[in-house]
Ligand binder design. Structure first.
Ligand SMILES: *[C@@H]1O[C@H](CO)[C@@H](O)[C@H](O)[C@H]1NC(C)=O
Ligand SMILES: *[C@@H]1O[C@H](CO)[C@@H](O)[C@H](O)[C@H]1NC(C)=O
Ligand SMILES: *[C@@H]1O[C@H](CO)[C@@H](O)[C@H](O)[C@H]1NC(C)=O
Ligand SMILES: *[C@@H]1O[C@H](CO)[C@@H](O)[C@H](O)[C@H]1NC(C)=O
Ligand SMILES: *[C@@H]1O[C@H](CO)[C@@H](O)[C@H](O)[C@H]1NC(C)=O
Length: 355
């Protein structure tokens, strides 16, 4: 009797442990589409992709959006790597389903950026598909079609990007339709943190939109000007979010009681601010368990005082210098008639890599 009870408790504890270790990390992660090759999602189909049951259902109902989901995910992964290419954490991806390794769920600023940029990528790609007329469910912004202030010599025309459908889809797909939890009083859970940051990402698309115009009229006289609203190139959105990342705000993790006294950040959070709970590790040394690659072997810039400077990037460990020889054609001259003669020039470049 006693023994059986013990055994049962044991099993319970084990299950609890697994559930608490696994929750997000082992769960299906749609972000995997961002590291898959073009065409693969269509081949695997909604059932074969690492989606949650809800996402799978949405995928089936909006099958025509599958290429856009992948485009958005790939756009976001590439932009994350572009924005962080000079940083210690360089947004590298892993082979396991977490895609971003430990950072997907670590609750750090990096987690915040990942969720924001992925949600933004989805809005961007779906909206692009709407504007290109690829689906009947959405299209150009009908409110900005003709009309406008002709007194000022221009009017709305062409196709204004309409982010509403893409935003709806991104919310539906990523937030699993979870009711959005209160943001200040009760602290945050990882789910509500991710949800908040994903929303910051979606808003970033709207906030970086601009108006483009084109002139019409006899020989480019600009008698008539047509204007339309257009989303910024995704690189601009990435830059916006990177700035938000630099200024992100630490909030209280409600699952950790003991933080309650120390950092009860109860000030209301601006809805355009990225939030996180946990301080980031320094990302200096390799930590396989957390899939931190470390900065050993990374190229650094000896004359830079920024994050890519050898001092910062190599965490004070020093760096190796390699001389790279470049041979180029140079001092080319046009010789009458008719060829170009060049000299071969050699240059030596020093490259530095972290120890
Ligand atoms: C990030 O840095 C690691 C070395 O620390 C390197 O292996 C990897 O290719 C880099 N990833 C990207 C996306 O630049
Ligand atoms: C729209 O459809 C065309 C033709 O199928 C395709 O080439 C294009 O990539 C699609 N655009 C988007 C944004 O999905
Ligand atoms: C929560 O929902 C409200 C209305 O439903 C919305 O205005 C707000 O942006 C949402 N907040 C977050 C963080 O998703
Ligand atoms: C190194 O940093 C300096 C100063 O920021 C910059 O001018 C230079 O272009 C950088 N060199 C490389 C190879 O990135
Ligand atoms: C090598 O140096 C030359 C001139 O000093 C520069 O134009 C070239 O971009 C450098 N190459 C690399 C790979 O840094």
């Amino acid at each position: 009797m006693e023994r059986r009870r013990f055994g049962l408790r044991h099993v319970c504890a084990l299950t609890l442990l697994l559930v608490s270790l696994c929750p997000l990390r082992c769960r299906a992660n749609w972000m995997w589409l961002g590291v898959s090759s073009p065409g693969v999602p269509e081949e695997l189909g909604c059932a074969g992709l690492p989606l949650s049951p809800r996402q799978r259902d949405l995928c089936r109902r909006k099958r025509f959006l599958l290429p856009s989901i992948q485009d958005g995910a790939r756009l976001a992964v590439a932009e994350c790597q572009n924005q962080f290419r000079h940083e210690r954490w360089n947004c590298s991806t892993t082979q396991d389903p977490s895609v971003f390794g430990f950072e997907l769920t670590s609750g750090t600023k990096e987690t915040a950026f990942i969720h924001a940029v992925m949600a933004a990528g989805l809005v961007h790609a779906v909206t692009r598909s709407c504007s290109q007329g690829n689906t009947t469910e959405c299209g150009c912004d009908a409110r900005l079609r003709s009309g406008g202030l002709s007194a000022e010599g221009w009017h709305w025309g062409g196709c204004s990007d309409h982010t509403q459908y893409g935003t709806w889809f991104s919310r539906r797909f990523i937030d699993h339709g979870v009711r959005n939890t209160s943001t200040t009083r009760g602290g945050h859970s990882l789910v509500s943190m991710n949800q908040h940051n994903a929303e910051v990402g979606r808003q970033a698309i709207d906030r970086t939109m601009s108006t483009d115009c084109r002139c019409h009229g006899v020989s480019g006289s600009c008698a008539v000007k047509t204007c339309w609203r257009t989303m910024a190139a995704f690189g601009r959105v990435g830059l916006y979010l990177k700035e938000r990342y630099e200024r992100s705000v630490q909030v209280w993790d409600r699952s950790k009681r003991k933080n309650k006294r120390k950092d009860p950040r109860r000030v209301p959070i601006d809805k355009h601010q990225l939030i996180f709970f946990n301080k980031s590790p320094n990302y200096c040394v390799e930590d396989r368990r957390r899939s931190v690659a470390g900065t050993r072997g990374r190229r650094c810039n000896r004359s830079s005082t920024g994050p890519d400077g050898c001092g910062h990037l190599c965490c004070g460990r020093g760096y190796n210098t390699h001389v790279v020889r470049h041979v180029q054609r140079c001092e080319c001259k046009f010789v009458w008639c008719c060829y170009v003669r060049c000299r071969r020039c050699e240059s030596m470049n020093d490259t530095h890599t972290c120890k």
